[in-house]
Design a protein around this ligand. Structure first.
Ligand SMILES: Cc1ncc(COP(=O)(O)O)c(C=O)c1O
Length: 485
């Protein structure tokens, strides 16, 4: 008889790792630390909302930390102190949500349960909530009753998935299913998109294999919105040269200036031409939750697909992106994956096996994160958040215009404002010097960008706790450095 092998005893570190009393004590301590941190951030108690040094300084800090084998508690404290302080109202930099603190806490719920999701049995609540909530969100944005979609990790991935759906629909119509036969370079597809689109559209098209020329950039007007006459012109040109129109992508809104493309006009053009209309609403689609600002996304309800990042203007922690389809069944277009260990039929349109419709196999409990937000007044709260953030941008634009030392790139359409010192000749070097000083000595945080080849400063108002005085102090600081320059 074969001898039975002894079972390796459970190592004490593993036993301790799963101990519920230790977990409770650790959790209480962590909550206290996070609440203290939040209090300090919201109360502007730190010298700066951007406490970070140069990459070299940060590298040196963590190398030294690792060399002396710093503890987990010390690491938590260092991360709290050295990270960007998004809850500090003086942070006006990047387009990341300032998470509603209780939503952040719910990360512990989903991380502990860890019901990763590809098929129903891996995450039954996830799959069901995802199915129901994406229909609800879609309808709240005006999409048809039969709308639906999937959640994924980030707008970059979401835009790629939506464009894959568009590609396959066109491919099937032309009897060249890209999923089964690959793409046919001899019959090229192109995507039409504004010059101001986020780079992930270009990246998606290259990943799909169509190359850099397959992204056809459409001109924009003085307010950085797509020029629909040029769209029609570019489309005619592409067709004449033998290319197929895979999709037109509307920006709602653009990353650099927050400009909303004329979605209604694009939708009507796309319907007339039988072209897939995708809206990259990663940043600005939540305007549709606001009674005051929903006019900005008029026409989005006619899109074939829409991407919305809940981790931008919906106050939820990253990453949490919705890919919505006007016809929910079209979410099955991008992938037809055989996977006998997971599901029986590749082409079965079962809403409960989300892995059939997403890039991800395992994914985080994204729909639980969305559900807890939505069951806590989500749609209304998001509308109020949009109203406040958009109002901050308007107030800041007024402040910039009231100061002779400054100029605006354009009147804001969303919560993004580009501005710069009003010197006769735009001086990129001045801006570089000012921004370096801002990073080193400033209490606030804004970023830099380039528009039509020229350097600008850029604010994105993501924190509803920012006040008029915060913006004034930021401009005062810059003016002081300009005087010293
Ligand atoms: C308009 C737009 N689309 C897509 C993205 C990419 O989204 P993510 O960072 O979630 O991948 C961004 C990010 O800022 C964006 O502003």
């Amino acid at each position: 008889m074969k001898p039975r092998r002894p079972l390796l005893p459970l190592h004490s570190t593993l036993r301790e790792a799963y101990d519920s009393s230790a977990f409770r004590a650790f959790g209480h301590d962590l909550v206290d630390r996070l609440a203290d941190h939040l209090e300090d951030s919201v109360g502007r108690q730190r010298p700066s909302s951007y406490p970070v040094g140069t990459p070299q300084e940060e590298l040196a800090f963590w190398k030294a930390f690792m060399a002396r084998s710093g503890s987990r508690e010390e690491a938590i404290q260092a991360v709290l102190e050295r990270s960007n302080q998004l809850h500090d109202p003086r942070y006006m930099g990047h387009q990341v949500a300032v998470p509603f603190p209780q939503e952040a806490m719910l990360g512990a719920l989903t991380d502990l349960l860890n019901n990763g999701q590809a098929i129903y049995e891996m995450g039954p609540t996830n799959a069901t909530l995802e199915h129901l909530l994406l229909n609800q969100v879609g309808q709240a944005l005006g999409l048809a009753e039969e709308c639906g979609g999937v959640l994924c990790h980030g707008g970059t991935l979401g835009n790629l998935v939506a464009l894959l759906a568009a590609q396959r629909k066109l491919g099937l119509r032309l009897d060249q299913d890209p999923w089964r036969h690959g793409i046919r370079q001899s019959d090229p597809f192109v995507v039409l998109v504004s010059q101001q689109a986020h780079y992930c559209v270009d990246r998606a098209v290259r990943i799909m294999g169509w190359g850099p020329d397959a992204v056809v950039l459409v001109n924009t007007d003085a307010n950085h919105r797509m020029d629909v006459a040029d769209l029609a012109h570019q489309a005619r040109k592409q067709r004449k040269e033998g290319r197929q129109l895979l999709a037109v992508v509307g920006c709602a809104c653009t990353t650099s200036t927050g400009a909303y493309d004329p979605l209604q006009d694009i939708a009507e053009w796309a319907q007339g031409e039988d072209v897939w209309f995708h809206v990259d609403g990663a940043h600005g689609a939540p305007a549709g939750f606001s009674d005051t600002h929903k006019h900005l996304v008029r026409g989005m309800s006619l899109a074939d697909s829409v991407v919305l990042d809940f981790h931008k203007v919906c106050g939820l922690p990253a990453l949490l992106t919705g890919v919505l389809y006007r016809d929910g069944l079209e979410s099955f277009l991008p992938f037809v994956q055989e996977a006998e260990y997971l599901w029986e039929r590749a082409d079965g349109q079962d809403w409960w096996d989300t892995g059939k419709r997403t890039f991800e196999c395992t994914k985080r409990m994204l729909s639980t994160r969305l559900a807890t937000a939505m069951f806590d007044g989500g749609l209304d709260k998001w509308g109020h958040l949009v109203d406040r953030l958009w109002s901050l941008a308007e107030v800041f634009a007024d402040e910039v215009e009231s100061r002779p030392a400054w100029e605006l790139a354009m009147a804001p359409q969303a919560n993004i404002v580009c501005f710069r010192p009003s010197v006769a000749v735009p001086d990129d070097h001045l801006l570089t010097r000012l921004r370096a000083r801002h990073l080193k000595d400033g209490a606030s945080y804004v970023v830099a960008t380039r528009l039509n080849g020229e350097a600008w400063l850029r604010c994105t108002f993501m924190n509803p706790l920012t006040e008029r005085e915060d913006m004034q102090t930021m401009l005062d600081e810059f003016e002081c450095w300009m005087a010293q320059d």
